[in-house]
Design a protein around this ligand. Structure first.
Ligand code: SF4
Length: 446
């Protein structure tokens, strides 16, 4: 008897081309199992007594961008004026008030805060100052170990970066994606090479505790030569961490729309084998100059100093309040997502309602699998962690999967730890499906 792992590995060659669909496994169970009926139970969930021992995080979604990148699948708007942006930020604060006043959340202090998007750095200095001071009044950040802020290099000025540091941002994440202006342009990015260097040098001079650079392996027109240059230029800058995503082409991207219009099934980007090879090359080059690989997507320069609290807490079951249009929350074992349409979101807040559109209350077993698959993305899992937290011996529970991975040289076991090989880590998102409950397999991940 064998697990689905072998089927996945056997069919790799048939699925090597980049076709439309999601590759990245962001959560579990899949979104297809979240529904409106459960969304209606979220207000009652917030009436439960507080759980001060469960770490809490806050995510604020800023859905505005200068331009829509061709590969973007997020809920973003490029046409909102200052009044509309102000109205949106006010609504986000009203939403936050509902949580901050609820018995379940009241008095808890966020351990981590994350501004994502969209482009949080699209906001003006005064918008940022007003937004964050109102957030802190509702739930003070004085115990937050990390405040992350995602930035598009072309939106950063020295004054804005100084304001971000002043507000308490500790982890600045720069969406570089590629260092070549032509590749940035044909992929629809708003920024160019010169803006990357300007933003990076301002950010360094201001002294953020952590600067992360995001890259994408496999943008349209990416070549071996360009990729090597990206890696070389990243190493020249020596950021505290480097995050590399492999280009995927979900249904709601500009790239897919073009493919559909032209009747094409294969996206005009490198195949999976090549994209993985590029990440592998980058990881090896980064390791040569002292970086350590801390997940299938991340290299860090000093693992003792450079943490990623948001990722590590979320992947270990922390509660997360997701504010803003289309944001995802995970509170007391229930996953939920906000309304994904701007006007509907604002109207719900005007009615003083939680703007939740779909939700799923997980079982203990689903929470265990969720943590297992998310932690596998770190490259290794502790069996002791799962037996302590869930009373489950994951070695036995998933014996077939582990044995198949071992037989293919993709997993080793040493004491408590089950460790993925580099090859397995680079394709970890494809392997995770074999750990899903049977009835969750084969569903579309949107
Ligand atoms: S900057 Fe990010 S969020 Fe905005 S359009 Fe591009 S990929 Fe999407």
């Amino acid at each position: 008897m064998s697990s689905e792992i072998l089927e996945i590995l056997d069919s790799e060659a048939d699925h090597d081309k980049t076709e439309v669909g999601n590759y990245f496994v962001a959560n579990y169970p899949p979104f297809a199992y979240w529904d409106a009926e459960t969304a209606a139970t979220v207000p009652a969930l917030l009436e439960k007594p507080a759980t001060p021992d469960v770490p809490l995080g806050v995510y604020f979604h800023i859905p505005f961008c200068r331009k829509r990148c061709h590969f973007c699948y997020f809920r973003v708007y490029t046409d909102k004026n200052a009044d509309q942006i102000k109205g949106y930020l006010d609504a986000g604060i009203e939403e936050f008030k509902i949580y901050a006043d609820s018995p379940l959340i009241k008095g808890r202090k966020p351990k981590f805060v994350y501004f994502g998007g969209g482009t949080p750095s699209y906001l003006s200095v005064s918008q940022l100052q007003s937004l964050t001071s109102r957030m802190k009044e509702l739930l003070p950040w004085d115990e937050a170990e990390e405040v992350t802020f995602e930035c598009e290099p072309g939106t950063l000025t020295e004054q804005k970066l100084a304001a971000l540091r002043e507000i308490g941002v500790t982890r600045l994440s720069l969406g570089v994606e590629n260092f070549d202006s032509h590749i940035l342009e044909i992929n629809g990015r708003a920024h160019r090479t010169a803006e990357i260097y300007r933003a990076y040098s301002y950010a360094r001079s201001i002294g953020f505790p952590q600067i992360n650079i995001d890259l994408i392996s496999g943008m349209v027109e990416e070549t071996d030569e360009n990729w090597r240059e990206n890696v070389r230029k990243t190493i020249e800058l020596m950021p505290d961490s480097v995050t590399i995503y492999q280009m995927e082409v979900p249904y709601n991207t500009g790239i897919y729309k073009e493919m559909k219009a032209e009747g094409k099934l294969v996206a005009p980007v490198a195949d999976w084998h090549t994209k993985r090879g590029w990440v592998d090359y980058a990881f090896k080059e980064l390791e040569k100059v002292g970086y350590s690989i801390s997940s299938g997507y991340t290299a860090v320069l000093d693992p003792k100093k450079t943490k990623f609290v948001y990722r590590d807490q979320l992947w270990a079951g922390a509660d997360l309040i997701g504010l803003g249009v289309a944001s995802f929350s995970h509170i007391a074992g229930t996953h939920f997502q906000n309304l994904a349409e701007f006007t509907q979101y604002l109207e719900a807040i005007e009615r003083h309602e939680l703007p939740v559109s779909r939700a799923m209350t997980t079982t203990v077993e689903e929470r265990m699998i969720r943590e297992l698959i998310l932690q596998m993305k770190l490259g290794r899992v502790s069996q002791e962690y799962f037996s302590q937290k869930f009373g489950v011996n994951i070695g036995e529970r998933f014996q077939l999967q582990w044995n198949d991975l071992k037989a293919k040289g993709l997993l080793s076991e040493e004491g408590d730890w089950l460790t993925l090989s580099r090859d397995a880590l680079l394709k970890v998102d494809t392997l995770l499906h074999a750990f899903f409950l049977d009835h969750h397999k084969g569903t579309r991940y949107t």
